[in-house]
Write a protein that binds this ligand. Structure first.
Ligand code: ATP
Ligand code: MG
Length: 584
């Protein structure tokens, strides 16, 4: 391909809304063009990269028996009513909906469990047809609250979504394992450093779930890692051990009340009662779980030095989301101003859950549900009913890990893939059954498997760029090599560059010939920004010393190579970095 035919466009300045590196670089190098918030045009260079990512995904999924299909993006409401998710996705406003001329309502696919379950239910009749794994690479639409970070969080994006159907849990386990292995190879082959972490299944649901994360500072997810055991989990899900409250084992004292004027926070209480540390206090967090057509107030008891984890809490309440109560709501529900809530005498309107950190605490300090009052020496089960306990706490870096008790380390990550064991959640709800060997109908046992194909490209830029610009890993670079003629008016140089270009092409190397008429410096800067792995400059030193100037981005080197060695040297480097199938 010749650069003059490739519609290359670069910009000098970063877009005003670009907060992260990948957004800045991809916009400046002309890979993306913003239409409006969260909607981008993928330019020709980016599309080459995305096609390479897709090819790797296809090879690996075909290799584990995956069958590629294409499912509609417009999905009718009736289908989503069957799984019970229509209202949920409408309530969270994730799914955009529209009507056709007949008045039928459709949603724009944020994911495709309903459609694929309908297809599987209709076409799989007998256990003899199982297992079946289907996948597609297609556009997904999600009305994100805050689209941002370029391709990282957009409204419309390219996803690979796969779905497996088995006769039983053992089959699902085997399929899940096969997809997990394929995911490890896919990200390796894309040249990304990715790792799997325990994850919360979110709105997709199901039992087991693992996210694949690309380590990068700009990542929106926090991951906690216990190195000695290999434990790694999204902070939404992570567990840790903490030392018990120092009050544990003390003899119970009678409860009393104390006037605490305008003392509301744990910090203020520590100042007011210097002998009582935060780990002897219980915070009462008042919130509500939002359901499809109702809201339930909750009181969450947690040790004073700990924080509530909203995702764990949402899962415990079974709600779509959690909202904090407003000051007015707190006052009308508890009769006290904010900052004085506690488990003693809490109105019945509240459901109560206590974090495990509260278990075993004795003589604790908490709010009295009266403005400007706190209770001291409270004992749960004596001064108020014994609450239900659950893990609703956010684990933090530095705390002892759940397996070996070694300190947890925090890393930031970009979620590029997510796999789930769905079980029979969708098949049972939608009546997708097969006949087992005894002639009985059984619901299909399902798994589902996503990769954010367009996010993978952004994650690669985020993880690998350098001072010059993007630095694509060879397997997903739009071109592996660029031969650039630095003086297109010089016939000798043009002939030499064309010769090299032909040599690379004949050798099956994905090569771009930069024949643009522009200054040598500007041309080099441009190509470096666009991030091609190997740049071969045919210019002054070719004529003077018989050498090509070579920029090897993966190695971060700029070298001079004799003109009759340049092809061999670069071809060898390219081939060594193409990453075929790696041994498991
Ligand atoms: P996130 O937590 O980042 O919102 P998710 O957990 O909702 O993502 P999944 O339902 O697991 O996403 O979707 C599968 C994959 O699709 C994700 O792992 C991610 O790589 C990609 N993806 C999800 N939402 C977006 C988005 N708004 N823009 C780009 N890629 C996305
Ligand atoms: Mg996810």
């Amino acid at each position: 391909m010749r650069a003059t035919q490739l519609h290359l466009v670069t910009y000098r300045n970063d877009p005003a809304d670009a907060e992260v590196l990948s957004h800045r670089l991809m916009a400046r190098a002309g890979y993306i063009h913003k239409l409006s918030a969260g909607l981008y045009v993928y330019g020709p260079l980016l599309w080459r990269t995305l096609k390479k990512v897709q090819d790797i995904v296809r090879e690996e999924l075909d290799g584990i028996g995956g069958l590629e299909v294409q499912l509609p993006i417009l999905q009718d409401q009736a289908l989503w009513e069957k799984s019970g998710r229509w209202d949920l996705y409408q309530a969270s406003r994730t799914m955009l909906s529209t009507q056709d001329r007949k008045g039928t309502t459709y949603g724009l696919a944020p994911t495709a469990e309903e459609v694929v379950t309908d297809y599987a239910g209709a076409t799989i009749k007998s256990y003899k047809q199982l297992p079946v794994s289907l996948y597609q690479i297609h556009t997904k639409f999600r009305d994100e609250i805050r689209p941002r970070f370029g391709l990282m969080r957009v409204k419309e994006f390219l996803m690979k979504d796969g779905y497996s159907f088995d006769a039983d849990e053992a089959g699902l386990d085997a399929r899940y394992e096969a997809f997990r292995g394929a995911y490890v190879r896919i990200f390796q082959r894309c040249g990304l450093e990715a790792f799997g972490v325990d994850a919360d299944p979110g709105d997709i649901g199901g039992s087991g779930s693992m996210e694949f994360m690309v380590a990068a500072d700009a990542g929106e997810d926090a991951i906690l890692i216990e190195e000695s055991s290999g434990y790694a989990a999204n902070v939404e899900k992570a567990e840790s051990r903490i030392a018990p409250s120092p009050s544990e084992g003390d003899a119970a004292r009678p409860m009393r009340r104390e006037h605490t004027p305008d003392i509301r926070t744990v910090e203020q209480l520590e100042g007011f009662f210097p002998e009582i540390s935060a780990d002897r206090m219980v915070k009462t967090v008042l919130c509500k779980a939002v359901h499809i057509d109702s809201e339930q107030p909750w009181a969450v008891l947690i040790r004073g030095d700990q924080e509530v984890n909203e995702v764990k809490l949402r899962n415990h309440t079974g709600g779509l989301g959690i909202k904090m109560l407003t000051d007015t709501e707190i006052e009308s529900l508890t009769g006290a101003k904010p900052g004085f809530a506690g488990p003693v005498g809490l109105p019945e309107a509240f459901e109560i859950v206590a974090d495990h950190s509260v278990r075993g605490m004795v003589n604790l300090l908490c709010g009295a549900n009266t403005t400007d009052e706190h209770c001291l020496d409270v004992n749960l089960g004596r001064d108020c009913p014994m609450p239900t306990f659950a893990d609703v706490r956010t684990a933090r870096a530095g705390e002892p890990g759940p397996r070996n008790g070694d300190p947890l380390i925090e890393r930031r990550g970009i979620e590029v893939g997510h796999i789930f064991k769905l079980g029979t959640k969708y098949s049972a709800a939608m009546g997708a059954t097969f006949t087992d060997p005894n002639g009985k109908p059984q619901p299909l046992v399902m798994g589902c498997y996503g990769i954010g194909v367009s996010r993978v490209a952004a994650a690669a830029v985020e993880q690998q760029s350098d001072d010059l610009g993007i630095r694509w890993p060879v397997p997903i670079a739009p071109f592996e090599v660029v031969v650039a003629c630095l003086s297109v008016k010089d016939e000798e140089l043009v002939a030499a560059a064309e010769g090299l270009y032909a040599q690379f092409r004949e050798a099956g190397i994905d090569v771009l010939y930069d024949d643009r008429k522009m200054g040598a410096g500007a041309k080099m800067k441009d190509l470096e920004l666009m991030g091609f792995p190997f740049l071969v400059y045919v210019g002054r030193s070719w004529k003077q010393d018989g050498q090509a100037e070579v920029r090897d981005r993966p190695a971060g080197e700029k070298t001079l190579i004799a003109k009759d060695e340049v092809f061999e040297t670069i071809a060898r480097s390219v081939r060594s970095q193409r990453r075929g199938l790696l041994p498991e």
